[in-house]
Design a protein around this ligand. Structure first.
Ligand code: F6P
Length: 364
């Protein structure tokens, strides 16, 4: 398609901004800086082994374990650095928080401070880096508390503990066969494909909608013995296929790169579950509320899908910690609602007893 028939990310943002005549363009500039960081990460990822960036970050270079207790990869560290350097200088941000940093990042004194907070997971799915499977960056933009904007004070953890419903924008970049940027600024979801020759994100998908129904689910089934009964029930019913309660066969996928699963679900529907489980009582879930669940939750909801803890809408959860983990279920609306329904039904229900299955005299 000729270039002029496609919008660039910049054109898209300018058109979106026309809805807010008073805006000064800082928000757009911030998103363009985030997109620049993502392009730089895409290049580093694409170099693979040739870039010398595969493998674990060496302990002598400052520690190989992050605040999550996970081994940091060299590319995790580089991606974090790129996010910081590209976004710290322009005066749009009051501060940042990253999955890779224990504390909030304070904008250095030599730069002006602004009104937004940038929260990010610089490289999600990093266990996949060294095997050349898709990974991505996830980000969320919040407004800083008014007193922090007015005073320009240093930020504290509580400044970031805002429910997902307050996010102003959320997105992810997917470093797959093509690099894509998926973005919501609260007015639906659009996706941009990186045109590598121009170095521009071009609008390729407008108004994305997650189909309400699906026959595809994603879960790490090696954790099944730790699942709570509602999840076990849901997965058992999917596995039973045509001959079971659901009366249809389901397909299963697990990439172990949440951003890649989110993208598949955005494009063709599906349900993703990394639910709360009993594997490690100190971790109520695997994924992070601020860097993963909330931004992906906003994208799903903006695309007509749903995101939930299983018990309540993800975007209504009030965070209690910067690195809080949470059970996460998202994707096709009717499936997520079904999983929520299974959670809300009485715990005494004997799920393995066929008398209590969906198509019985006990059905609501
Ligand atoms: O850090 C999060 C993450 O890498 C997700 O992208 C992914 O869904 C998940 O962890 C994979 O977990 P597991 O190793 O249990 O499959």
């Amino acid at each position: 398609m000729p270039l002029r028939q496609r919008s660039t990310l910049t054109q898209y943002l300018i058109e979106e901004r026309r809805r807010f005549p008073d805006s000064k363009g800082e928000f757009n500039a911030l998103i363009l800086d985030v997109a620049l960081a993502c392009k730089a990460i895409a290049r580093a990822v694409a170099m693979g082994e040739l870039g010398g960036l595969y493998g674990d970050h060496a302990a002598q270079e400052g520690g190989a374990i992050n605040v999550q207790g996970e081994t940091q990869k060299k590319l995790d560290v580089l991606s974090n650095e790129l996010f910081i350097r590209v976004n710290e200088w322009a005066g749009h941000l009051a501060g940042m928080a990253s999955e890779e940093m224990t504390d909030p990042y304070q904008i250095p004194g030599k730069f002006p401070r602004g009104k937004y907070l940038l929260v990010f997971d610089p490289l999600d799915g990093s266990s996949n880096i060294d095997v050349n499977v898709s990974v991505g960056s996830i980000f969320s933009i919040l407004r800083a508390p008014q007193d922090a904007i007015d005073s320009g004070r240093d930020l504290v953890e509580s400044d970031f503990l805002q429910a997902g419903a307050t996010q102003l924008a959320a997105g992810y970049a997917l470093y797959g066969p093509t690099t894509m940027l998926v973005l919501t600024v609260g007015n639906g979801v659009s996706a941009f494909t990186l045109e590598p020759n121009l170095g521009e994100f071009m609008l390729t998908h407008s108004n994305l909608q997650v189909p309400a129904d699906t026959q595809e689910f994603a879960i790490n089934a090696s954790n099944s013995r730790f699942w709570e009964p509602p999840i076990k029930r849901y997965v058992d019913e999917c596995l039973a296929g045509k001959s079971g309660e659901r009366g249809k066969d389901f397909n299963m996928r697990w990439i172990a790169s949440m951003v890649a699963e989110a993208h598949r679900i955005l494009m063709r529907g599906g349900v993703f579950m990394y639910p709360r489980d009993t594997k490690d009582p100190s971790k109520p879930g695997r994924l992070r509320l601020l860097y993963e669940a909330n931004p992906i939750g906003m994208i799903m909801e903006q695309a007509g899908g749903r995101a939930s803890t299983g018990r309540e809408p993800m975007l209504s959860v009030t965070p209690t910690g910067l690195h809080q983990r949470i059970g996460l279920v998202f994707g096709s609306k009717n499936e997520v609602e079904r999983i929520e329904r299974y959670h809300s039904e009485p715990a005494t229900r004997e799920i393995d007893n066929p008398l209590f299955a969906e198509r019985t005299l006990f059905r609501a």
